[in-house]
Design a protein around this ligand. Sequence first.
Ligand code: NI
Length: 397
Amino acid sequence: MRLPNDLRETANEIAPGVVADRRDIHQHPELAYEEKRTSTLVAARLSELGLDVRTGVGGTGVVGLLRGRRPGKTVLLRADMDALPIQEENQTPYTSRHLGVMHACGHDAHTAILLGVARVLADHRAGIAGTVKFMFQPAEEGGAGALRMIEDGVLDDPAVDAAFGLHVDTERYVGQVALRPGPAMASSDRFTITVRGKGGHAASPHRTVDPIVIGAHIVTALQTIVSREVSPNQPAVVTVGSLVAGTTYNVIPDTATIQGTVRSYRDKVRRHVEERLTEVARGIAGAMRATAEVDYRVGCPSLENDAEMVELVRAALGDLLGTEAVLPREPVMGAEDFAFVLQRVPGAFMHLGVRAPDWETPRPVHTATFDLDEEALPVGVAALAATAIRFLASDRS
Ligand code: NI
């Protein structure tokens, strides 16, 4: 195979199979750690290609090992397999058949693309020096599936020298890829605050300790942590996404429950927000005769792309797609649990444009009308395959 032109051609040739896999997975979406059908399909495909396959890694994860003809380094390529609890509203031949579950974040595409990469590289085995490890992970959406696979040895035996992955990007057009060196995506933690007061008749508030009023004060005060206590130069977000209390208009309930998320880039900021969030919630509740119990769950770290690896990807994709198609990217406060992998091995995470040329507005992820232009699938296949080949051929150890 001559690179990179043949690689794009090869990816286009296998595109119908990649599209078919994507549609199959899209029609049968599965939530975090329930990806049984999907992982069975993945394992079957990898076995057909002659890879060494390990299933049940970190729950429903699958690992495929492709050994090249000659010895060399090991590169890991990763896809995520889980869907979201969203009822799909699209009417297409491949609309989700599972009630209330939808691949609304493109993980169906990520999985189909990586299976396509496995096929391309398996055919190209004779030209490969080193090993390609394919990581299909469960539970990217807040379930720390990558971490569970790491604990289950996905980065060992053989040890991984570099890791790459991609995510669909609904803003950018098909044929474009975007990435940035250094910090690219935020850390993501979640919290639950339970305010315990004393319920009673709505007409006798003096005989109660009203958790709704206290909860409202806490929600407002939490907004001052970022605005008054974190440097304006440091990105941070505190969002309350849920405030639940009471059942009817004339009863003061006993408790109120507040749930939210904290996003940041620096450990110092992350720890400060956690500490102050706890103090503010408990302090306000205490001052108003209630108690607040704070359950703070540390999630995935911020995602850090290795500068040298980003250069390698840029070079590979520049040759493949043209340098004008390889775009820079601003850091975002969204999170990505591939960060657990990049915390341990150098690598890069790229964003693949999936917007059709004639879509005037993007179709955002995590919505009931999300969709992607399937022309992007062979681009993704070629991009990841080119990256792996470039890394294995590089002198970086
Ligand atoms: Ni996603």
